[in-house]
Ligand binder design. Structure first.
Ligand code: 13P
Length: 253
C-alpha cells in the first residue's frame, strides 16, 4: 500500500522562536497520539528555521522539508540555497514548483526540472507541486495544464528517480482562498494524474506514487477529501500553523 502523507507548508510565517515552538508542540502531540499506521508527517519550514527545528524534532516522527532550493549546484548565485546545503542541514524533502514560486518568482518548467534533479542528486525527496489557475479550470483545460506541468518538469526522470517523488495537486484557485476543491474534483484530477504516470512509467509505479491534495484543506474537510481512493493525504498551508489543528488533519484518514 502506498504511503500516505500529511505535510505542512509554513510558507513565510513564524520567526525562529515561534517556528521551533510550533515544531516542538507538534512533537508533543504526536508523542501523545502518534500518526496512524502508514501515515508520514512532514513540515516544510523557512530556511532560517531548519537548524533549530532539526534539533527539536525526531525525523522518524516528523520529516523535515524545505520550501525551495536553487536550480544550480553551487557558485555565484547570491541569495540562493543549494540542495547540497539543505542536505547538509538534515533536510529530507524539498517542495518544488509551488504555485507561489511559479507565479511570484516566475519559475518555469525547465527551471523546475533542474530543481527536481538537484534534490534527487542530493538524496532528498522532491515534493513536486502542480495545479491549474482559476481561468484554466473555468476554461476546462485543467487536465492539459497539469499534463504539461508533469511532462516538462518530472517525466524526464528515470523510473527509479520518479519513484522517489511525492506529488501534490494544488489547484491555485483553492490555495489560501477558503475555496476547497470538492472531493470529487480532487479525486478526478488525482486519478487523471495516476493514469498519466501509468502511461509513462507503468501501472506499478503509478500505483505506488503518493499524490497529495493541497488548497484550503483543514480538519473540517480533510476526512472527506482523504477518503477518495487516489488522494493519499494533504499539503497543508494555513492550517499547519496551528499544531492541534494540523494534528487533527494527520488523524483524518
Ligand atoms: P492553504 O492550505 O493555506 O490553502 O495552502 C495550501 C498550500 O499552498 C500548501 O502548499
Amino acid at each position: 500500500m502506498r504511503k500516505r502523507i500529511v505535510a505542512g507548508n509554513w510558507k513565510m510565517n513564524t520567526d525562529v522562536t515561534a517556528g521551533t515552538q510550533l515544531a516542538a508542540e507538534l512533537m508533543t502531540l504526536l508523542a501523545e497520539k502518534p500518526a496512524p499506521d502508514n501515515v508520514g508527517v512532514a513540515i516544510a519550514v523557512p530556511f532560517t528555521h531548519i537548524t533549530e527545528v532539526a534539533r527539536c524534532i525526531d525525523q522518524k516522527v516528523i520529516c523535515l522539508a524545505a520550501q525551495n532550493c536553487s536550480s544550480e549546484s553551487a557558485g555565484a548565485y547570491t541569495g540562493e540555497v543549494s540542495a547540497t546545503m539543505l542536505k547538509s542541514a538534515s533536510v529530507m524533502a524539498v517542495l518544488v514548483g509551488h504555485s507561489e514560486r511559479r507565479s511570484y518568482f516566475h519559475e518555469d518548467h525547465p527551471t523546475l526540472a533542474r530543481k527536481v534533479d538537484q534534490v534527487l542528486a542530493n538524496g532528498m525527496r522532491p515534493v513536486f507541486c502542480f495545479g491549474e489557475v482559476l481561468e484554466e479550470r473555468e476554461g476546462g483545460i485543467q487536465n492539459r495544464i497539469v499534463e504539461a506541468q508533469l511532462m516538462e518538469s518530472v517525466f524526464h526522470l528515470s523510473e527509479t528517480d520518479f519513484s522517489k517523488l511525492i506529488l501534490a495537486y494544488e489547484p491555485v484557485w483553492a490555495i489560501g482562498t477558503g475555496k476547497v476543491a470538492s472531493p470529487e474534483q480532487a479525486q478526478e484530477m488525482h486519478k487523471y494524474v495516476r493514469d498519466l504516470i501509468a502511461g509513462r512509467y507503468g501501472a506499478a509505479v503509478a500505483d505506488g506514487t503518493t499524490i497529495l491534495y493541497g488548497g484550503s484543506c483543514k480538519s473540517s474537510n480533510a476526512v472527506e477529501i482523504f477518503s477518495k481512493p487516489d488522494v493519499d493525504g494533504g499539503l497543508i498551508g494555513g492550517a499547519s500553523l496551528d499544531a492541534p489543528e494540523f494534528h487533527r488533519i494527520i488523524h483524518s484518514f
